[in-house]
Design a protein around this ligand. Sequence first.
Ligand code: HMG
Ligand code: MG
Length: 311
Amino acid sequence: MRTPQVDRGTGLPERVRIYEVGVRDGLQNEKNLVPVEVKAEFVRRLEQAGIEVIETTSFVSPKWVPQLADAGDLLDRLGESGRSPHRPVLVPNMKGLERALERGVTSIAIFGSATETFAQKNLNSTLESQFDMFAPVVEKAKAEGLWVRCYVSMCFGDPWEGDVAPSQVVEVAKRLMDLGCDELSIGDTIGVATPGQVEEVIDGLVEAGIDLDRIAVHFHDTYGQALSNTLTALRKGVTIVDSSAGGLGGCPYAKSATGNLATEDLLWMLHGLGIETGIDLPAMVETSMWMSEQLGRPSASSVVRALGTAS
Ligand code: HMG
Ligand code: MG
């Protein structure tokens, strides 16, 4: 299978940690329920391709996200691997944390909103009261020795409110990190960001005292900007990038959210720049082609489509 010609860019990190969200962010948005055994096999194939961190599922209300109602069953099938600190699960509230702890989970992600409307639509909460929901979750999770990530959604634009001020993103992110989270992921939930915005938000986060090595970027590719935004973040010193195998994904509570940045598209760029990831690109392409067959439609990833048919 073809691989990119390597030409080391300047001002870039040696290594990037990919945080794979396809199993969670990808499959939460599927119209048809994906059988739990297919999800487990998806995780195993991602592991074999060398992906270290895989967000496996969400312990959210099954009425809100029926696609992930099988969260406990999936973790049971994954056995020890599902309890690794490298297999985080989304948890919105104490009920979700209790369910996750019952399954022996050792890392979680809470998910806040930078905007009022999305807090209501995604969490049935106000912007302000989301902190009351998350504070006891983070406190208990840390007391239990868990690793905790916090997401902030709608950091670069909101489908109901329009533009989002970087200062608002920084304020929400800082308050969530101050609860005791280990890592922050800034989400372009609807894929509208452009590189200047990315620079401004990252500068604001660093000025607010959040270490660069704790900041991850989470881009959706709706407007085709995800890779240029990622490159901008890397040049700013970010080394953790969220992506989704085959570009699966979206958010069921933000209709204009389409697929995430595809892991294979990201790998093509990173490997072309000589940046280490520890991931085998051909194995990822094969995994996403297999997943496409399961879902009955072609992959959204340009690299999967190019390598899946050409040599
Ligand atoms: P609510 O309806 O206000 O919850 O939803 P509630 O506390 O009033 O409880 C209502 C019922 O749900 C009760 O059951 C609870 O027990 C149950 P009943 O008494 O009616 O039988 N319940 C739960 N059951 C299982 N697990 C739970 C749970 N919580 C309550 N954890 C809630 C509030 C937060 C639960 C709801 O809004 C929810 O689940 N939201 C999640 C939505 C979601 O998963 N969205 C996608 C993830 S975010 C995303 O994709 C963005 C991201 O990728 C980054 C980016 O792109 O920006 C991360
Ligand atoms: Mg997302």
